[in-house]
Design a protein around this ligand. Structure first.
Ligand SMILES: NC(=O)c1ccc[n+]([C@@H]2O[C@H](COP(=O)([O-])OP(=O)(O)OC[C@H]3O[C@@H](n4cnc5c(N)ncnc54)[C@H](OP(=O)(O)O)[C@@H]3O)[C@@H](O)[C@H]2O)c1
Length: 334
């Protein structure tokens, strides 16, 4: 598989590190990936049609060439584009949407780690991929690389998904946990930053935007909705009253910010992000730190849950690797 990487930050570098140290992971022995191009925003670009030396690329502080991501997506010769640029909520998922579209329009496969294309343009991109007979895959977008979409694709066939509920934003979960223990909001955010979970500007997480984007992505892919994050009802962590959290904790209840997608009686899909008091014994009460959980309610199989503990960058990079396998072995592709 000849891959073009758009973005080479945390996830891209970890993916490259795993590929370079492939012999440490015997399960990857049969995965033959050659990276023919890497484009960043401010750290240059690198191209080699016969495959870049990833160890040398990782060792270099800056990449030697210049190039725009969209131009590379349109002009370079590759089999699969891997979109790993940051989510831009204000730009409603661009430029990632254009990157993915450019690849599919040229009969190339696309993998996105960026949630934007799923949250703002899933239907048109999915339909374009189907028309072109190419794959549009996105396992790393929700719950890092945990097999959310693979599970639905291969493990839930024949079911209708009726409802999804999840704890999907680590910063909110960590901050609420600290508030329950009596911290101020500022101290709680500082602790989430010190743990390497919160961004320098955590407002996307604390205002519920990151969760709303994930919920729209899940609704669009798994319940065939046509939602955008703007239509997801959001509750802000800053609006939770600490005394209410502490009173609930004193009664043995944990407060969690829960993402929900619900199919109504008439088939319409609604999504929201809102706090919920969770009793002990509910697996949601056990999700701490960077962990996450997704409960899936179906018509035949009933209710199952997928939980992820202590994800790291390798978890996310694995999401890309699982998509590369799916593309290489087309019987697994949609
Ligand atoms: N980190 C995680 O664990 C995780 C988990 C799940 C999903 N994701 C998603 O995966 C994606 C990548 O995350 P990350 O943590 O690797 O982000 P990151 O460390 O911020 O890296 C982003 C990379 O994209 C490049 N970039 C930005 N705008 C670009 C553009 N217009 N054209 C080309 N390159 C551009 C940046 O270039 P410069 O370096 O030059 O700025 C950088 O190399 C994001 O969408 C994120 O939401 C991340």
């Amino acid at each position: 598989v000849r891959a073009l990487l758009l973005g080479f930050g945390n996830v891209g570098r970890r993916l490259a590190e795993i590929l370079v140290r492939r012999q440490e992971h015997p399960g990857l022995a049969d995965l033959d990936v050659s990276v023919v191009g890497i484009v960043t925003a401010r750290h240059g670009a690198a191209f080699d049609p016969s495959g870049l030396d990833l160890a040398a690329v990782l060792a270099a502080g800056r990449l030697p060439e210049q190039g725009s991501a969209l131009a590379a997506a349109r002009d370079l010769d590759y089999d699969v584009l891997v979109e790993m640029t940051p989510l831009d909520v204000a730009a409603r998922g661009e430029p990632a949407i254009s990157h993915v579209r450019a690849a599919l329009e040229r009969d190339r496969h696309a993998i996105s780690c960026n949630k934007g294309p799923l949250a703002w343009a899933y239907r048109p991109l999915r339909d374009l991929a189907r028309r072109q007979g190419r794959a549009f895959r996105h396992e790393a977008t929700v719950m890092d690389g945990a097999p959310v979409f693979n599970l639905a694709e291969h493990g839930l066939r024949g079911n209708v998904i009726l409802r999804l509920e999840g704890i999907l934003n680590s910063t909110s979960n960590l901050v609420i946990g600290e508030l329950e223990r009596g911290s101020s909001l500022e101290a709680a955010v500082e602790r989430a930053r010190a743990a390497g979970v919160a961004e320098a500007d955590p407002s996307l997480d604390l205002d519920g935007w990151d969760a709303a984007v994930k919920v729209a992505a899940l609704a669009n892919v798994l319940l065939d909705a046509d939602l955008t994050p703007e239509r997801v009802e959001r509750e802000r962590v800053a609006d939770l009253r600490p005394e209410r959290l502490r009173a609930a904790a004193a009664r043995g209840l944990r407060t969690k910010m829960v993402c929900e997608v619900v199919r109504g009686e008439g088939g319409e899909v609604a999504a929201r992000v809102r706090s919920r008091e969770v009793p002990p014994g509910d697996p949601f009460s056990l999700v701490e730190g960077t962990g996450s959980i997704l409960r899936i309610v179906t018509d035949i199989l009933g209710t199952i849950a997928l939980a992820e503990e202590h994800p790291d960058l390798s978890t996310t990079a694995y999401g890309v690797i699982s998509d590369l396998y799916a593309i290489r072995d087309p019987q697994w592709a949609p």
